[in-house]
Design a protein around this ligand. Structure first.
Ligand code: P6P
Length: 330
């Protein structure tokens, strides 16, 4: 059995070489899956370049509403288009599901070689674009042969994801990825245009004392949340909330603590989307040793019914999440 590579800081491992090395560990992998991941990495580089110009190219910084009647920036559509163009020539991609598309886009049937679905939020948190706050792309990859319903190969529980990750466009552009064997973080080196491995096998620190949620909605979170928040304040927790899921979850992954978007009066099912926000983030957090819960069970076990369905979200280190769930269950 080949010894897996030891990724250390003194190696120079790009995401391309990482993907190839991981693919070699799957003797029967045909490389198609790696081909999808490289397309997403390419899209991340192109979107990052566009975002840096959001104040310079005025066309990128005006707004409208998306298919859900939510505020939409042209950069949402530009990012959506870039991802579709980068994935479009991957001949094993069967279906795309995007927050910016009312319905999933069927590209190829199984007979035509369609084996995977890629679900994504092209630019999560884009309302923050003009404010210089980190925004991100979130993606989830599902394999059609694992689908229960061949007519809806993308509607699989999150535990079936073959890969998930995000690209955070912040002070640096980082891509965080898991293919089911740990969580790995790559930073874009603009000098060479490559995502370079900077952290491998990331583990969420246990017992982090940061809570991250929109406290303006606290009156409608439901019973137990008020007790939990008071307990956090009494025991020295700090509050950090950016309002951009990718940035808030990235901090939670690196520092521990709890990120949550509970049910609210305005969003009784929760605001965040299961298929391309909650599932990929819960996959990463669980791979890093944390917990991803809806409040009534693991997010990754939720059987989806619609590509845009919303769920309540609790993500964090096991100590923090257990403490919250125990308080809610009192
Ligand atoms: P609120 C951004 O609009 C988003 O979808 C997530 O990125 C973020 O976590 C959440 O909504 C913020 O919502 O209601 O707190 O502004």
């Amino acid at each position: 059995m080949e010894h897996p590579p030891k990724y250390t800081a003194d190696n120079l491992t790009t995401i391309q070489s990482f993907i190839l090395q991981e693919a070699r560990r799957h003797p029967n992998a045909s490389g198609e899956f790696s081909w999808l991941l490289s397309a997403i990495a390419l899209a991340g580089k192109v979107i990052a370049a566009k975002i840096r110009r959001v104040h310079l190219d005025p066309v990128l910084d005006i707004g409208g509403d998306n298919v859900h009647g939510e505020q939409q920036k042209p950069m949402d559509l530009v990012a959506n288009e870039i991802i579709i163009r980068c994935l479009g020539d991957r001949t094993d991609l069967g279906l795309l599901g995007s927050e910016e598309e009312a319905e999933p886009v069927q590209l190829r049937s199984a007979e035509e070689g369609g084996k995977y679905s890629v679900l994504f939020d092209p630019l999560d948190g884009s309302a923050n674009l003009g404010l210089g706050v980190g925004v991100g792309t979130i993606f989830s990859i599902l394999r059609h042969e694992q689908a229960l319903d061949a007519e809806a190969p993308h509607l699989q529980i999150g535990r079936k994801q073959v890969a998930a990750g995000y690209i955070l466009y912040g002070p640096s552009t980082v891509l965080v990825l898991s293919t089911g064997r740990g969580v790995h973080m790559f930073s874009l080196d603009p000098a060479v245009g490559a995502f370079v491995l900077v952290r491998s096998d990331l583990k969420i620190p246990s017992g982090g004392k940061t809570y991250s949620l929109n406290e303006a909605n606290a009156d409608s979170f439901g019973s137990g949340w008020g007790d939990w928040l008071s307990g956090c304040r009494r025991t020295g927790w700090r509050s950090r909330y950016i309002g951009s899921m990718v940035a808030d979850v990235h901090r939670t992954l690196l520092e521990g603590g709890v990120f949550a978007y509970p049910r609210t009066a305005r969003h009784p099912e929760g605001k965040l989307r299961l298929m391309y926000e909650a599932n990929p983030m819960a996959f990463l957090i669980e791979q890093a040793g944390g917990r991803g819960e809806s409040g009534t069970g693991p997010i990754l076990n939720i059987r989806p019914t619609h590509v845009h369905q919303r769920v309540p979200v609790i993500l964090g280190d096991p100590v923090g999440v257990d403490q919250l769930l125990n308080t809610l269950r009192r």
